[in-house]
Structures are given as structure tokens and as C-alpha cells.
Design a protein around this ligand. Sequence first.
Ligand code: FPP
Length: 242
Amino acid sequence: MTSKIEQEIPEVVPTHVAIIMDGNGRWAKSRGLPRLAGHKAGTENLRRIIEASVEFGIKYLTIYAFSTENWGRPEDEVSGLMKLFDDVFNRELAELHKQGARLIHIGRLEGVSQSMKDKIKNGEEITKENKKLILNVAFNYGSRDEILNAVQNIMKKGIEAEDVTQEMIGENLFTSHSPDPDLIIRTSGEKRISNFLLWQSAYSEWYFPEILWPDFGREALLEAIHEFARRERRFGKVEASR
Ligand code: FPP
């Protein structure tokens, strides 16, 4: 059982939390439902997590919605997911705006349908002045592809090899508007990075709860933040003793 102190928001809250929302398929399977029902439950949970992030004072939330590799899933699952994303945009954008969240897409728009591109652009435009939470949605995203794209951009500017810096690479990533993530969560007990924020996660704390994504609600996020606060406190002691 969580102690009373664990039910409160800790003093140290990560500025940037990134999440690999894993386990939708297993959640559905354990209930004898089709995989898409798991993805649907996953999108419903996303609303809870966005709300909780605003409540806890998290400033940046990055979610891995669809990777460049996910196109290789069975056709009906891919088309079902696209339909789900479409529905979510139609249904949730107003709520997101009301929460004061700003939507930013990270990933490639090439290969994405025109209607989805329009939805993404529209969502970014409507929410662009919001300051409470930056919601980075990694869609058609792969981190190696992102780093490659950054290197290509730098080379196109004609910069000499010896003048390329780490900062320059960071500035050319899709996440250039966000600080590096402090805490990265992958739900469902899987412990892999899966081509997510490879450059940005150099110093991130990783957290791997066993809970499947549709069940990873407010309390679970709060627990993750407490775990982060404990790790941060240890780090603080090392710093202070230097
Ligand atoms: C991983 O579970 C989940 C995905 C590939 C899709 C994640 C997408 C959502 C939760 C939808 C929310 C996002 C937006 C932007 C609306 P899995 O299918 O790999 O699960 P499994 O490992 O149990 O099979």
C-alpha cells in the first residue's frame, strides 16, 4: 500500500517526462479482446496522464505514439491505429487546449496521410500559445532517423566537420524546443529503448513499472515521480559533497 507521503506531490518533480506506452496488446489479450480495444483503452488513459501531468507540474510530456517501425505491424492494426489517432484528434483537441497544453509533433511528416498532416498542423496551430504543458507526440518517429536528419541538416548548411558540436546536433533534433527528459517511463515490464530519444536520454532516469499502459493511471505516475525524487535526492548528496 502506498504511504500517506506517497499520495502527495513531491517537492522535486521532473520537468520533462517521456513515456513509452507499452502493453496495450497484452491488456486486450488478457481480457479476450482484440488488440485495438487495448489501443483504445490506451488513448483513454492518455487523457488521465495528461491531466495528472498538469496537476503535478510536469512541464514537458513526450509520448511515443507511433514509431517508424510500427508501419510493419499487420495492416488492420495500422489502419485501426490511424483511425484511432484521427478520432482522438477530433475528440480530445478541445480538452487539451482547455488544459493549457501545447501540442507539438516530433517525427517525420513524410509518409503520413494528408488528412493526418492537416490534423497535426491544426492541433499545433490552435494550441501554440499554451504554456502549462508541452505535449510532444512522437508519431512516425524513430530516433536514429532523427539523428540522421539532424546530421543531414547540419551538412546541408555547409558546416565543416570539425565545427560540428553536440549543441548543434541537439538544435537539429525534432525535440530542439524541449530540455532533455529527466525521467523516461516504459510500462509493461519491457526494458528496451526501442529507438526512442537515444540522444536526449544520455542522462535520463529510467523507470520500468510492470503495469500495462491502459492501467498506468494518476497514482502510478505519482509513484514514478516519487521514485524519481528519491533518485534525485541521492544525486543531490553527491553534488553537495563535491
Ligand atoms: C504499444 O503497445 C502501443 C502502441 C504501439 C501504440 C500506442 C498508442 C496509443 C496508446 C494511442 C495514444 C496516442 C495518441 C497520440 C492518441 P503494444 O501494442 O506494443 O502492446 P503489446 O506489447 O502488449 O503488444
